[in-house]
Design a protein. Structure first.
Length: 81
């Protein structure tokens, strides 16, 4: 977790090794995420989305996400709660 020196938003960092997964709880506010390294998938609300380097997604309020990496993956997610 990175807390910028202002209170408008926080940044969550998720780092996964090869073939790892992580479940992120539903946040109380909207977020924008960018995958900066690696490839994998994101599952949310019964759907699956591909993740590659440079992919950007908007994640709505109250949406739980699960990430599954194919190789080492690094995801940054700016959010408001």
């Amino acid at each position: 977790m990175y807390s910028p020196p202002f209170n408008e938003f926080n940044v969550m960092v998720t780092i996964l090794g090869s073939n790892e997964s992580a479940k992120i709880r539903a946040l109380k506010g909207p977020s924008i995420m960018i995958n900066v390294k690696g490839h994998g998938k994101m599952r949310t609300a019964g759907k699956e989305y591909l993740l590659g380097e440079g992919y950007i997604y908007f994640v709505g309020q109250g949406v739980e996400t699960t990430f599954q990496s194919e190789n080492e993956m690094q995801i940054y997610r700016a959010y408001v709660e």
